[in-house]
Ligand binder design. Structure first.
Ligand code: PLP
Length: 459
């Protein structure tokens, strides 16, 4: 994408999109006066359990820029948590949504079906790893898709137990809270949680000596599962190939393949939660492809529909078809407008070569972050794949997490017009998830702000 403008003319039909210059531009302090007014209204109207990272209110967005209500142009290094991977307001997505909403916005697929749903399932069956016959089912959110993957796995295997990992994040519904590792803020006071969920040790190379050997770390996890659960009780093992909220933890090579092999040998379904790592984010369509693993079920959401809510479970036909008719579904699942957005996002990814673009962007990000690590000993590790990169911050020379520094660096970026997210079990990871279409100049400007933030906040 050009660095100068997002130029959508004509592509969105009758409705011309505003042209948003791809340049950071602050015209007020952040938050500006209009954002402050809205924040006061928000505090009086919105439940405080729903927090926002930044105190600025969005008015519009295009490409890699979010424009706030005061007219400030912010660079988006978060993509709404890995959602607008193709960029904000991509013309094809806007056009697809506009056309679909004008035709019909809802009939309920379980009442009168429509082609868009079928076409998204066909695309997912084609794009997910594995040459076998597949089926897909669509849902609204990532958590809802995770829940349904578990339902399908239980029905297909006739077993109850679900294995997840340390540092995992799978959502905020009751079952997915049980599957998520971190207590605060996701679980605290919200229990009791769903049963039959068991947690195995992850491979976390920075923090765990055994974690640096993927095969040994997998053997440890398998030994725990066999002794504490019993292989014959396990319906599925659910894993993020690169953990998202847990801190962009990239397990050591061999960990994921060894777990997949154990699953295959024990009739346990191997389920890849690709909600954050999937859809052209990491230099492959799906992160699990980096190690050639073919899951039984793949869970997708976020980047699938360019900003519209949609999620899916895709997998081997006999497994997916194990659920009885009417056993899975929902009023809004596979909404036609979201399906139109997904088809446009998928077409954009394929037509524009965005899988490779994510890989190239990753090299650029990684080179920058490794350079930053040379200058700042607080950066204990640079990790991630493609356009999913992170730095873990610790007190220099130790593994003591420095969450305060991560928060200060992120706040500095926010004050200076760069949307930067943190994550991690210990809250000490800064993660970069830009749209894979972000222009080079825009990215360089954002990274310069990140470097300034380190200089300012470590001085
Ligand atoms: C790996 C993973 N799984 C599941 C979810 C839950 O998705 P949602 O927030 O759409 O329910 C997320 C959200 O961040 C995620 O990163």
């Amino acid at each position: 994408m050009s660095d100068s403008t997002l130029s959508p003319s004509g592509a969105a039909g009758e409705f011309a999109l505003p042209v948003i210059p791809q340049k950071r531009n602050l015209v007020t302090e952040l938050p500006g006066p209009r954002s402050r007014e809205l924040a006061a209204r928000r505090d009086a109207a919105v439940a405080s359990g729903v927090s926002s990272l930044m105190p600025v209110f969005a008015a519009r967005a295009g490409g890699g820029i979010v424009v706030d209500v005061d007219g400030n142009h912010l660079i988006d290094l978060g993509s709404g948590i890995a959602v607008t991977t193709v960029g904000h307001a991509v013309p094809a997505v806007v056009a697809g949504v506009q056309q679909q909403v004008a035709e019909f916005s809802h009939t309920c697929f379980t009442i009168t079906p429509y082609e868009g749903y079928v076409a998204v399932c066909e695309a997912l069956n084609r794009l997910t790893p594995g040459d076998f016959e597949k089926r897909s089912a669509l849902f609204n959110s990532g958590a809802e898709a995770v829940e349904n993957a578990v339902k399908i796995a239980r029905r297909a295997t006739g077993r109850d137990a679900v294995v997840v990992f340390d540092h995992a994040y799978h959502g905020r519904t009751n079952l997915t809270m049980a599957m998520t590792a971190k207590n605060m803020p996701y679980k605290d006071g919200f229990g009791p949680f769903a049963g039959e969920v068991f947690r195995a040790p992850m491979s976390y190379p920075l923090r765990d000596p055994l974690g640096t050997d993927g095969t040994a770390a997998a053997a440890r996890a398998i030994s725990d599962i066999e002794s504490q659960v019993g292989a014959n009780r396990v319906a599925c093992l659910v894993i993020e190939p690169i953990q998202g909220e847990g801190g962009f933890i990239e397990p050591a090579p061999g960990f994921v393949p060894a777990l997949a092999a154990w699953c295959a040998a024990n009739d346990v379904l191997f389920v890849a939660d690709e909600v954050q790592s999937g859809f052209a984010r990491t230099g492959h369509f799906f992160a699990v492809e980096h190690e050639g693993v073919v899951p039984d079920l793949v869970i997708t959401a976020k980047g699938i529909a360019g900003g519209m809510p949609l999620s899916a479970v895709t997998g081997r036909a006999p497994i997916m078809d194990a659920a009885h008719a009417g056993g899975i579904g929902g009023t809004y699942t596979g909404n036609p407008v979201s399906c139109a957005a997904a088809l446009a996002a998928i077409e954009t990814i394929e037509y524009e070569g965005l899988v490779d673009a994510g890989g190239r962007l990753g090299e650029r990000l990684r080179a920058f972050l490794l350079g930053l690590q040379q200058r700042f000993p607080q950066i204990a590790e640079v990790r991630g794949r493609g356009a999913m990169q992170a730095i873990e911050l610790c007190e220099p020379g130790t593994l003591t997490p420095d969450a305060a520094l991560a928060a200060r660096v992120a706040r500095y970026c926010h004050r200076n017009g760069v949307i930067t997210l943190t994550c991690g079990t210990f809250g000490n990871v800064i993660r970069l998830l830009p749209p894979v279409t972000i222009g080079e100049e825009l990215l360089d400007d954002a990274l310069a702000v990140l470097a300034e933030a380190f200089s300012a906040e470590t001085a």
